[in-house]
Design a protein around this ligand. Structure first.
Ligand SMILES: [Zn+2]
Length: 257
C-alpha cells in the first residue's frame, strides 16, 4: 500500500526527520508541503532543498489568514523564481470565518485581491491550485471558474452540498482530513463525492479531536483518513489507497513510478 499526504505544513513540525520516518512506516511515500505566508514559503523551499530521502513536493502561496499586500509581492516573486520545482499554488483562497472578513468590507476585498492575483499566476504558470474556502465556498468557486482554471483542489472541503455539486461538475477535486473520523459535515461531503475525486491529507500539525482522544497530527496520520474513508465508503483500504494515490499524482501532474 502507498499513501500520498497532499497537505502538510511540514515547516511547523519540530521533528521533521522523525515525522518522515514514522510516515514511511505507515506507507506514506509522498508528501506535499503547503505554504501560508512569506516566511513559511521560504522555510518550505529550504526543507525541499535539504531533504533528499523522501519524495516531497511543494505548493507555494499566500493563505487568506493574513493577506498582506506588501509581502504578497515577495511571495509572488518567490513562486515565479521557483516555478520549475513548484508543484502547485497553495494554499490560497478566502476565509470569511475570520473576524475581519465576517462581513462585506475591506477585509474581504483584500482577501479577494490577493486570491485573484494568485489565480492569475496559476493560470500563467499552468499550475494546479489548492483552495482554502472556509465559509467562502461560493465565492471561491465563482472565482476559480472566472479564471478558467482546470486543476482545482478544494482542500478540506466541508461546504454545502450544492456547491459540492458545482465543484464536481467542473471536474475539480476535494481533499479530506482526519476530521472525517468525527465531523458530520466532512462525512456527508465524502459520501456525495466519487472516490476518484477525493484526495487524502492531514493538514499537519492540526490538532484533531476525535472521541478517542485529541492529538496533534503528523503525516503518518493520513492512514486515519484512509481508514475512516474505507469504513464510510465500504471499500477496502488497499483499493482506496491505490485510487487516491493515483488521483493525487494525476492532479499534481506527477508521474507514477
Ligand atoms: Zn493548511
Amino acid at each position: 500500500m502507498r499513501l500520498f499526504d497532499t497537505h502538510v505544513h511540514l515547516n511547523q513540525i519540530d521533528d521533521i526527520a522523525g515525522a518522515l520516518k514514522r510516515a514511511k512506516k505507515e506507507d506514506v511515500d509522498k508528501i506535499l508541503i503547503a505554504g501560508l505566508d512569506l516566511d513559511s514559503n521560504k522555510e518550505i523551499i529550504e526543507i525541499y532543498n535539504n531533504i533528499k530521502n523522501f519524495d516531497l513536493y511543494m505548493a507555494l502561496g499566500m493563505h487568506p489568514y493574513k493577506p498582506q499586500r506588501d509581502s504578497f509581492e515577495e511571495v509572488y516573486a518567490l513562486i515565479e523564481k521557483h516555478k520549475d520545482v513548484v508543484t502547485a499554488i497553495g494554499e490560497i483562497g478566502l476565509d470569511y470565518w475570520y473576524k475581519e472578513a465576517k462581513e462585506e468590507g475591506p477585509g474581504r476585498d483584500l482577501q479577494r485581491e490577493v486570491f485573484r492575483k494568485q489565480l492569475a499566476l496559476a493560470k500563467k504558470l499552468d499550475k494546479p491550485v489548492i483552495v482554502h474556502s472556509r465559509a467562502a465556498w461560493s465565492d471561491c468557486f465563482k472565482m476559480v471558474k472566472e479564471y478558467n482554471l482546470i486543476e482545482v483542489l478544494f482542500h478540506w472541503y466541508t461546504g454545502p452540498p450544492d456547491i459540492l455539486e458545482d465543484i464536481l461538475s467542473k471536474g475539480y477535486y476535494i481533499s479530506i482530513s482526519p476530521s472525517i473520523e468525527y465531523s458530520k459535515e466532512a462525512q456527508e461531503v465524502v459520501l456525495k463525492t466519487p472516490n476518484d475525486k477525493i484526495l487524502l491529507e492531514t493538514d499537519s500539525p492540526v490538532r484533531y479531536r476525535p472521541r478517542s482522544g485529541s492529538y496533534i497530527s503528523e503525516p503518518k496520520d493520513v492512514i486515519r483518513t484512509l481508514e475512516k474513508l474505507s469504513e464510510l465508503k465500504n471499500v477496502n483500504k488497499e483499493e482506496l489507497a491505490e485510487i487516491t494515490y493515483a488521483s493525487s499524482c494525476s492532479f499534481f501532474n506527477i508521474e507514477i513510478k
